[in-house]
Design a protein around this ligand. Structure first.
Ligand code: FE
Ligand code: ZN
Length: 506
């Protein structure tokens, strides 16, 4: 009997069938009612079929690749956990960097998962929808694999027990939380610029590449393996973000000013979030790969610069905020770590003053700024510690209405002066850390007046009551155990004891 057997479809054909072939024009309801959100931002799309997803990944191929990757990742994580790999990190101070990372990132990944599901639902173009769906799946995997990676540390070290609860309650965690909240409450195209482009394309490299090599350098095999496993998805995410920008710009010239305004806003919001990574790289890694400034120069100035060059032909200009970000590469890590040190009764990790060798490293890496502005302060605080007068700042700082950092950053042309901007809006005063945060507010004031800011809320009695003790309970922070100095902490003592048990007969 003769039977006609279809030739196996190529990956490209399969992708075409699984995307373009799945869409249809609705008839029971008008398309605009089925997809109510992909027009109101003002972006004009004339032909959704022009969307090119350069990855052309089909669902079955996706499951196969990811399952393989996950198997490898969990094999390493299991081995790491069973052999007490946490005792192989350079020293227990390192774990405080992990605490910040794992407190913030898994929930952000989860928000990214929700955001891409929502964006996927809202676009009427099929290729766009499929691409968003795949990224949405990546993001929930990232949230899960990060939580699994962190769970081993959480068993042994303090401060990681309440990360979901603390995300919007802690002053330094509300910074990345507000970034993602801002993005997910935008329209679908703004979401794609905020996360798909600015976060993934311009900024993620600064988290994943130098920070993950920092993890590797400090003996943290678990975090490093997770990081490299996620990094291969990042390549796809970046392509998606860039593709979306080019698609919008090619579809209609009216899209240019809208896209430019989003790029300006999200580049600034992203660089502000990255101050957290800057402090981690310069102060929290006992063994350092490179300074924040060096990472910024390679990954933002060089790589990001090439990207903006590429977008020039569409009429996109380098955002104004880049000038200030370039000046700030000399300062932000020092300013944020000083803030963490002086307010570390309100942090779920420990801080410390850099050792004399570390101060020298910082002086060498920051010849233009460190000795002049920051070294004297650390030396003074070290002296005060020695005299039993550890410096704490018991006053709470004004928070920026947009990025939600306390006012800790300085004027771009005067590192000796705190930068503070104010705007009156409907009989209320709003405060900003910079011109750029102020401009973001002024474009959409009704959005940002709703921001929930931990420090003003504290003074209004909305953080468990009016007092510090009530605050600790409300935020699920165990004082003296989760916060304050690394020196003398339970973490430090346990690590030394366990390490001793692993290497001697005690
Ligand atoms: Fe992710
Ligand atoms: Zn700000």
């Amino acid at each position: 009997m003769d039977m006609k057997v279809d030739k196996k479809l190529s990956l490209k054909d399969r992708y075409r069938h699984q995307t373009r072939g799945l869409g249809w024009e609705t008839t029971y309801q008008p398309m605009d009612k089925v997809f109510p959100y992909d027009k109101y931002e003002g972006i004009k799309i004339h032909d959704w079929d022009q969307w090119e997803d350069p990855f052309r990944l089909t669902m079955d191929a996706y499951w196969k690749y990811q399952a393989e990757k996950e198997r490898k990742l969990y094999a390493v994580l299991d081995a790491f956990n069973q052999s007490h790999g946490h005792l192989n990190v350079t020293d227990a101070r390192y774990i405080n960097a992990i605490k910040i990372f794992f407190s913030a990132f898994p929930m952000l990944e989860y928000t990214a998962h929700r955001g891409f599901s929502m964006a996927g639902r809202q676009f009427r173009g099929v290729g766009t929808r499929v691409a968003c769906q795949l990224q949405s799946l990546d993001e929930i995997r990232h949230a899960q694999t990060q939580i699994h990676t962190a769970s081993n540390y959480n068993k042994y070290y303090n401060g990681m027990h309440a990360f979901t609860h603390q995300l919007e309650r802690m002053w330094y965690m509300s910074v990345p939380k507000s970034f993602f909240d801002d993005a997910i409450t935008g329209g679908p195209f703004e979401w794609m610029v905020a996360i798909g482009f600015s976060f993934e394309y311009v900024l993620t490299n600064l988290v994943f590449v130098p920070f993950m090599s920092g993890a590797a350098y400090n003996g943290d095999l678990g975090t490093m393996t997770f990081g490299f496993s996620a990094q291969s998805d990042e390549a796809r995410h970046m392509t998606l973000g860039l593709e979306c920008i080019k698609f919008m710009l090619e579809q209609d010239p009216d899209n240019l000013p809208i896209v430019q305004a989003w790029i300006d806003k999200w580049t600034w919001r992203g660089t502000r979030v990255l101050a957290l990574v800057a402090a981690m790289m310069d102060y929290m890694l006992p063994k350092r790969v490179m300074s924040w400034k060096e990472a910024w120069e390679i990954y933002f100035e060089q790589n990001g610069g090439a990207l903006f060059k590429d977008l020039e032909r569409y009429g996109i200009k380098v955002p104004d905020c880049v000038a200030q970000a370039t000046v700030e590469k000399e300062h932000i890590s020092h300013q944020l770590w000083a803030a963490m040190y002086q307010w570390n009764f309100g942090t779920a990790f420990h801080t410390w003053i850099p050792s004399p060798e570390e101060l020298d490293w910082l002086s060498a890496k920051y010849p233009n700024s460190f000795d002049k502005y920051y070294r004297p302060r650390w030396e003074l605080w070290a002296q005060m510690e020695k005299e039993g007068k550890r410096h704490l700042n018991t006053g709470l700082a004004q928070l920026c209405q947009v990025c939600q950092y306390p006012m800790i950053f300085t004027e771009p042309d005067d590192p000796g002066k705190l930068c503070h901007r104010e705007v009156d809006y409907k009989q209320e005063k709003y405060h900003f850390c910079s011109d750029h945060c102020q401009h973001i507010f002024e474009r959409e004031p009704e959005k940002y007046v709703q921001a929930w800011l931990p420090m003003p809320q504290f003074y209004q009695g909305n953080c468990g009551g009016g007092g510090v003790e009530e605050f600790f309970k409300w935020v699920h922070l165990v004082p003296g155990q989760d916060n304050m100095d690394f020196e003398g902490s339970q973490d430090q003592q346990n690590f030394a004891r366990w390490k001793g048990m692993a290497t001697s007969n005690q």
